[in-house]
Design a protein around this ligand. Structure first.
Ligand code: PEP
Ligand code: MG
Length: 597
């Protein structure tokens, strides 16, 4: 929808589209940064919703006060906790509650504004009392009032795993561990201030098929929990206070989206090959074991990247060898002969776990510090244990191991040594594993890309991690929305690195894939096909559109396009070339892509 179609009093906020889809629903605001009280009109239909929001905030506040009271009882004397009895009484004051609800119905204004106004009136009256004792109660009223307002605005503690119903989560930031613990059934969409297309929260949202927009400005957002908003994950828009006409337009788009989705699903058994019969393997990336179902549903020919670090997040003890083995074995068995590429844990950067806390949480420059295989120095047990579990699972299907963040040959020597020593250990105990299990590495640092010809002699495959390759080559934090404009996968420097890595793979007879977000973005597909990449691995939900696109491409056109693109001197010139082709052969796919920025 174009902005002019949206009527005046509603507000359209621009962000960066990071996960496609449309969501219409009630907001749950996380974090106090958004807790502003703005007077606004509501429709009679919204009254009930507002009152429920108020009642929920009162319940939450009571629960919080009781929890505080209990903690205090354990550590301090009984009499101190009686302060909280007074606070509890305020939250139960029928006179105030009735007055707030009646005024909301009568004036048709948002309930947080009405509540704030009424509380201020009582606070002023109490403050003018002659009795000292009563006057001192002002602090209690202020305290409880701001707690209730914060709760109406979602300022209470993060509670992602059990939402009060279906909600659109709006937050300043969501860490990958927050996102991993989301109550998937009830999250309609995500919108955050912080983030970018390749931040891990965005990647997870795509895996979970949850529409998401990042880079929204808190200053533009005057919303509270319970408000109805629209999230447009295609164009990167949030629409607050939507008019009925806008809601109708978006409801129609939602239906259309479901139809396209069903059409694409029907194509999931078609061969991903160009018109002139060049086959490209399409695999899925996954973060959590439950993502496998979507990979199979969309017809992935295996898992090209299992981000196992999520097995270490949101827990204090690492998963045991046995626990990991059972997970990997179960996955590869369900893949029915298709490969499962298990990437060893890539903790650090923005993916933090309390298990590796002592190294990662104090890292002054996390993306350049103790990340991934570098953690082996601080935690010498973790990597060998994971390698052992992977080897054990290799006896049950086509399991491959992949190491992230490689920068030099020494690392490769050490890692191959670790695999050998774990093999020896298993052999000595008579435990089965696949002696031929393939070992691959991610090419995601400029140094690895530049010595790819040497690395290729030590491994069985390369998987190009463009998310980090772009970050490290262009010196742009992949998760920072402020520099998102500089994060350009089509930058000539990136194209030339991918090309030379692919050539090194071909020259050394190993296969090469791309598993960064470029692999699922239609704009880069003709270029990657033209380079001769063997496999593209992406969020499962991107497989359908990418398969459809590949089936409309000719290899010779893709090669010609690549040749032109390699002569370009800017990222935009490259995009103009690819988009020119795509709007010609695949306008339907372009309209499904989430290109809004
Ligand atoms: C990458 O860097 O491109 C990649 C696939 O790994 P991650 O996004 O997990 O860093
Ligand atoms: Mg990476």
């Amino acid at each position: 929808m174009e902005p002019e179609e949206i009527q005046n009093s509603e507000k359209v906020i621009n962000g960066i589209a990071v996960s496609p889809g449309i969501a219409i629903g009630a907001v749950l605001v996380i974090g106090r940064k958004f807790a502003k009280i703005i007077e606004r009109s509501i429709t009679p239909d919204e009254v009930e919703f507002q009152i429920t929001k108020f009642q929920e905030a009162l319940d939450t506040t009571r629960a919080q006060i009781r929890a505080l009271q209990q903690n205090l009882n354990e550590t301090l004397k009984e009499k101190h906790s009686s302060i909280f009895d007074a606070h509890l009484l305020i939250t139960q004051d029928k006179m105030v509650i009735d007055e707030v609800e009646a005024a909301t119905k009568k004036e048709l204004k948002n309930i947080d504004y009405i509540f704030d106004r009424i509380m201020k009136k009582y606070i002023a009256a109490i403050a003018s009392m002659p009795d000292d004792y009563i006057r001192e109660r002002v602090g209690d009223f202020r305290d409880v009032s701001s707690r209730i307002i914060a709760n109406m605005h979602g300022g209470h503690d993060k509670q992602f795993d059990s939402l009060p119903g279906q909600r659109i989560i709006v937050a300043h930031d969501l860490t990958p561990s927050d996102t991993a613990s989301l109550d998937r059934e009830n999250v309609l969409a995500l919108a955050t201030e912080v983030g970018s297309r390749t931040s891990h929260t965005a990647i997870m949202a795509r895996s979970m098929e949850i529409p998401a927009v990042v880079g929204i400005s808190a200053d533009d957002l005057n919303i509270g929990s319970g408000d109805i908003i629209i999230v447009d994950g295609y164009k990167g828009l949030l629409i607050t206070n939507p008019k009925p006409a806008t809601l109708e337009i978006y409801a129609r788009r939602e239906t259309r989206e479901e139809e396209i989705h069903d059409e694409i699903l029907k194509e999931s058994t078609l061969r991903p090959e160009t018109v002139d019969r060049f086959r490209i393997q399409l695999a899925a990336n996954m973060e959590l074991p439950e993502d496998l179902a979507a990979a199979i549903k969309y017809g992935a020919a295996g898992i090209g990247l299992f981000r196992t670090e999520y097995l270490y997040i949101n827990r204090t003890e690492p998963p045991s060898v046995e626990e990991q083995f059972l997970i990997y074995k179960d996955l590869v068995e369900k893949l029915n002969g298709y490969p499962l590429i298990i990437r060893t844990f890539d903790l650090g950067g923005d993916k933090l776990s309390s298990i590796t806390e002592e190294a990662t949480h104090i890292d002054p420059n996390p993306f350049l510090g103790c990340r991934a295989i570098r953690l082996h120095l601080d935690f010498p047990e973790l990597l060998p244990q994971q390698i052992r579990a992977i080897l054990m699972a290799s006896a049950y299907g086509d399991v491959k191991v992949m190491f992230p963040m490689i920068t030099c040959m020494d690392e490769m020597g050490q890692l191959n040594g670790l695999v050998e020593s774990e093999k020896r250990e298993l052999r000595s105990k008579g435990i089965a594993y696949n002696e031929e299990m393939e070992i691959g590495i991610m090419i995601e640092t400029p140094s690895a890309a530049l010595i790819a010809d040497k690395l290729a002699k030590k491994v069985d495959f390369f998987s190009i991690g463009t998310n980090d390759l772009v970050q490290y080559t262009l010196a742009v934090d992949r998760g920072n929305e402020k520099v998102a404009y500089l994060y350009q996968p089509s930058h000539p420097a990136i194209l030339s690195l991918i090309k030379s890595v692919t050539e090194a793979a071909y020259e050394n007879g190993i296969w090469v894939s791309v598993c960064g977000e470029m692999a699922g973005d239609p704009r880069y597909i003709p270029l990657l096909v033209g380079m001769g990449i063997h496999e593209l691995s992406m969020s499962a939900s991107s497989i359908g559109p990418v398969r459809r696109l590949i089936r409309r491409l000719y290899m010779h056109d893709s090669e010609k396009l690549l040749e032109e693109a390699l002569k370009a001197s800017t990222a935009d010139e490259v995009l103009d070339l690819t988009e020119g082709l795509l709007y010609e052969i695949a306008p339907d796919i372009m309209s499904m892509a989430y290109l809004g920025e």
